[in-house]
Design a protein around this ligand. Structure first.
Ligand code: FE
Ligand code: FE
Length: 209
């Protein structure tokens, strides 16, 4: 127990509130807390999402290629560029923390992209139904990211890391925008087109059962 530094290392609740009041005038106090369990958790979460974002930069091109509509292809292409920027931002965050940018395998993101893979395998090429599946899989990814960045932004604020909170909040906003844009694409066109396909293909479905 680092009891000698008790002025900055008291119970976590009082630490958090004192951080709020002293942080702006004393930027070094964050370093004093760098061994706290919360900071360790924060760092682990960063490593996790860093892996996830990097993994997405490999998964998205496959999804882009598999998508049927140009609109969705373009949306995924934009999302890929954004994702690369998210990787850069996380590297900035590691730098701010004076830590080496390190990725730790994110089982959740691996699972979500595997699900996207099977959607692409199980739907027919060139159909709107495939696009529906790709959008559904993408939105699961976005929601995972939104949950993760939402937590990270709040934790950064709690720890008095306001600059880091701002960087992460930027990404959080973009994840939300992507999610909304995917909903729009689905609702304006693709879902309806897919519904028509469903009617045409219903005979085949019957045979399968
Ligand atoms: Fe992202
Ligand atoms: Fe995203």
């Amino acid at each position: 127990m680092p009891s000698t530094k008790s002025s900055t290392k008291t119970a976590s609740t009082s630490k958090a509130s004192s951080a709020k009041t002293t942080r702006s005038s004393n930027g070094t106090s964050s370093k004093a807390n760098s061994n706290s369990q919360l900071e360790k958790f924060f760092e682990d979460s960063l490593k996790d999402i860093y892996w996830a974002e990097k993994h997405l930069t490999k998964a998205l091109p496959k999804m882009q290629k598999a998508a049927t509509s140009e609109e969705l292809q373009q949306a995924i292409a934009n999302h890929l560029e954004q994702t690369k920027e998210h990787v850069n931002r996380l590297e900035q965050v590691f730098e701010q923390l004076n830590k080496k940018a390190q990725a730790k395998k994110c089982e959740a993101m691996e699972g979500l992209t595997k699900e996207a893979d099977s959607v692409m395998e199980e739907t027919e090429e060139g159909t709107a139904t495939r696009d529906v599946g790709i959008i559904a899989a993408s939105q699961k990814v976005e929601h995972y990211e939104i949950a993760t960045y939402g937590t990270l932004v709040q934790l950064a604020k709690t720890m008095g890391e306001d600059e880091i909170a701002e960087i992460l909040a930027q990404t959080l906003e973009e994840e939300k925008e992507t999610d909304e844009m995917l909903t729009e694409i689905a609702e304006n066109n693709i879902n309806w087109e897919a519904q028509e396909e469903g009617e045409e293909g219903s005979e085949e479905e019957e045979e399968e059962k």
